[in-house]
Write a protein that binds this ligand. Structure first.
Ligand SMILES: Cc1cc2nc3c(=O)[nH]c(=O)nc-3n(C[C@H](O)[C@H](O)[C@H](O)COP(=O)(O)OP(=O)(O)OC[C@H]3O[C@@H](n4cnc5c(N)ncnc54)[C@H](O)[C@@H]3O)c2cc1C
Ligand SMILES: *[C@@H]1O[C@H](CO)[C@@H](O)[C@H](O)[C@H]1NC(C)=O
Ligand SMILES: *[C@@H]1O[C@H](CO)[C@@H](O)[C@H](O)[C@H]1NC(C)=O
Length: 627
């Protein structure tokens, strides 16, 4: 049994990740696994009408579909463009490889005058999950919620009903099944929800050193998902027994027996059907197996298609900026600035440190090392279980902070114990769209090295630069255009420069010096003229080698009715239309001090409660029509 599982695994990996192991059977084996999984989820036939239609199955969509089908009197259709994950998606360390699979929409942002010069074609990658479970099937599994001040700030902007202690924290806890080593009885965690939150069992020696080094710089060790936000900690992640715990695994798979939950895969919703006179959203138009269908929603349509596709669907349904809709030829139903603000977290992954410790899984491309990693993974052990190669996080404040509240950190340091040369420039490099000239001049020289290297990635939590998106045309199959504006505001560069200085100083502390930690000082050729390590060198490096953390939010921003930039009200209802909500990360009004997946689950919980409150307190509104 184990042997056959391992063989299937190796075949599949070699097919979808192109390790170069030639095997003609691999695609066949993989499609076999996949089709069976899809069949388990889909139905032979579907209804023409549902109480609720949920478009998109990211974390928020999965939570909404789950919570609404708790009411046996309601039936729910969950529609997803992608398909079901396989065993490969569940290997936490493989997260970077997921970018290269069909589970990624694979978008790239437009070229910018301020940033991304070291990316392929000078364009930063904008990946997104396309799967049952949405981006949670390819994301990095880092579980960070953001701080109380973030949500208090939403309140200050006029968003009633999102108070931290009354609503937001209980919603985080409702989803959560925490098995955390240190915070077991904490009032901030719950251990009986559906979504697993753990500290990784397996650790390399590096995170302990990172934590001690940050402590030597004056930080405390904290639970960053409680009430302290500045400090350092071991990673909390959404894995279970060493495997990725996606929104599908946590909120859908255990509930497939519910007769009132219908799921369509491989299906693209092309617009929301809205009555132009009553302005009631009464269903969706979708494309499935090359045919167009209409399906009716008796109560509500819920867009959970994520920060790129919820705004796309709104615009294609006539809700968007008037001039943009006229340009692409969509009749204007309601003029709203959909997509005009897009917040994101930009990061600098250019600090690579080397050490004197031998890494037992290197060189990674040697077959016995790969087999060791996968074999251990199958037993829930070893480096394969480390989410995205990330083991610890630190949150700091630098002098140029820009933060909306004095208690908030402006910088997150992410400890990655993998480096681009580990697999000779395959996963990390390809997934981040690093250009060949950059890899060849900076990283290639390290190939074959068998000691631990690690990256300390610097992420800017509250950038001043804000991007936007717009539709190319009215074809649902065409990607929107993304304008990131990364580093348009020079202050954003200065904050990262300060964090670089903090990080280099930290690696001079004793815990790091004991392992011979040293900065890899091969210069980026286009910045070498400034002299490696000078302030201007780093400013150039930051603009050259920068990567989005893919936390785009705000494209269907939530706000009170007097807010001219808001798309949905604080109950997530789209302005100007009835019975249509957006429930996903696109409603987040300003960037949070966190990665955004935990927020997506939370928004799903809060949104589902709002729907229940609206519909459960009234008797069936159709009772008069039915007889
Ligand atoms: C590579 C990557 C790594 C990340 N790492 C982390 C991390 O470590 N920690 C963290 O907290 N966050 C991380 N994030 C961010 C996080 O994953 C997202 O913010 C979160 O998943 C967003 O959830 P969502 O519910 O808004 O939508 P999504 O997860 O984007 O899901 C939307 C779903 O809708 C479907 N859909 C879209 N359009 C249509 C249509 N027309 N018809 C039918 N279906 C449609 C899509 O296929 C998709 O499945 C990462 C993101 C990326 C891309
Ligand atoms: C813990 O999670 C369960 C399941 O979602 C939920 O019923 C319970 O209310 C949660 N407990 C707390 C304290 O939030
Ligand atoms: C690490 O290795 C380098 C190169 O071999 C050596 O010069 C240095 O002394 C070592 N440092 C430690 C702390 O062992």
């Amino acid at each position: 049994m184990w042997i056959s599982v391992k063989i299937v695994l190796l075949l599949t990996i070699s097919s979808c990740n192109g390790f170069g192991i030639p095997n003609v059977f691999a695609p066949f084996v993989e499609s076999l696994i996949k089709n069976n999984a899809d069949k388990k989820v889909e139905r032979r036939s579907y209804l023409n009408e549902y109480d609720f239609i949920v478009v998109g199955s990211g974390p928020a969509g999965c939570v909404v579909a789950n919570r609404l089908t708790e009411n046996p009197n309601w039936n729910v259709l969950l529609i997803e463009a992608g398909t079901v994950e396989t065993l490969i998606e569940q290997v936490p360390m493989f997260a970077p490889y997921e970018f290269l699979t069909r589970y990624n929409w694979g978008y790239v942002a437009e070229r910018q005058p301020y940033s991304c010069f070291g990316s392929k074609d000078s364009r930063c990658g904008f990946p997104r999950g396309k799967a049952l479970g949405g981006t949670s099937v390819i994301y990095g599994m880092l579980y960070t919620r953001g701080s109380k001040e973030d949500f208090d700030n939403w309140g200050k902007l006029g968003n009633y009903g999102w108070e931290y202690y009354e609503t937001v924290l209980p919603a985080f806890k409702k989803s959560e099944r925490a098995h955390l080593k240190f915070y077991h009885k904490s009032q901030f965690h719950n251990d009986t929800g559906y979504l697993s939150v753990v500290h990784n069992e397996y650790q390399t020696p590096i995170p302990k050193i990172f934590i001690d080094g940050n402590k030597a710089m004056g930080l405390d060790e904290i639970d960053y998902n409680a009430d302290e936000n500045i400090g350092v900690a071991y990673l909390q992640s959404n894995t279970l027994k060493g495997r990725r715990h996606s929104a599908y695994k946590s909120f859908i798979e255990p509930f497939l027996h519910r007769k009132n939950l219908h799921i369509m895969l491989n299906t693209r919703v092309s617009k929301v059907l809205i009555d132009s006179v009553t302005r009631i959203a009464y269903g969706v138009e979708l494309i499935r197996k090359n045919r167009r269908h209409k399906i009716i929603a008796r109560r509500e349509v819920i867009l959970s298609a994520g920060s790129f596709h919820s705004p796309q669907l709104l615009q294609l349904s006539g809700i968007g900026p008037r001039e943009d809709l006229q340009r692409i030829g969509v009749p204007v139903l309601h003029d709203l600035p959909v997509g005009k603000e897009m917040y994101d977290h930009i990061s600098f992954p250019g600090l690579l440190f080397r050490s004197n410790l031998t890494n037992p899984i290197l060189p990674f491309l040697e077959i016995q090392n790969m087999v060791k990693v996968f074999g251990n993974f199958l037993q829930s052990k070893g480096f394969g279980t480390v989410p995205n190669g990330v083991e610890s996080l630190a949150f700091i404040q630098t002098p140029t902070t820009n933060v909306p509240h004095p208690r908030l950190p402006n910088i997150e340091l992410i400890l990655l114990t993998v480096a681009p040369h580990y697999d000779n420039g395959y996963a990390v490099r390809e997934s981040e769209r690093m250009s060949d000239w950059l890899y060849d001049s900076v990283y290639k020289q390290l190939e074959g090295d068998t000691t631990y290297s690690f990256l300390i990635v610097i992420s800017l939590l509250h950038p001043k630069s804000v991007g936007y998106l717009e539709l190319k045309d009215r074809n649902i199959f065409n990607a929107p255009r993304f304008y990131s504006n990364f580093f348009k505001e020079p202050e954003d560069v200065e904050s990262i420069l300060e964090a670089i200085k903090y990080t280099i100083a930290m690696t001079k502390t004793k815990p790091f010096q004991d392992i011979g930690a040293r900065l890899h000082d091969a210069p980026i050729p286009t910045c070498a003229k400034f002299g490696f390590g000078s302030d201007d060198y780093w400013r150039c490096a930051i603009r050259t080698w920068c990567v989005s953390l893919h936390h785009q939010v705000g494209t269907c921003k939530m706000g009170p009715s007097e807010d001219r930039t808001a798309i949905v009200n604080p109950e997530l209802k789209v302005y100007g239309v009835k019975r249509l909500r957006v429930i996903d990360t696109s409603i987040i009004p300003v960037s949070t001090t966190s990665h955004t997946c935990a927020a997506s689950y939370m928004i799903g919980e809060v949104g589902a409660d709002m729907i229940k409150r609206d519909w459960e307190r009234q008797s069936n509104p159709y009772i008069f029509h039915s007889n």
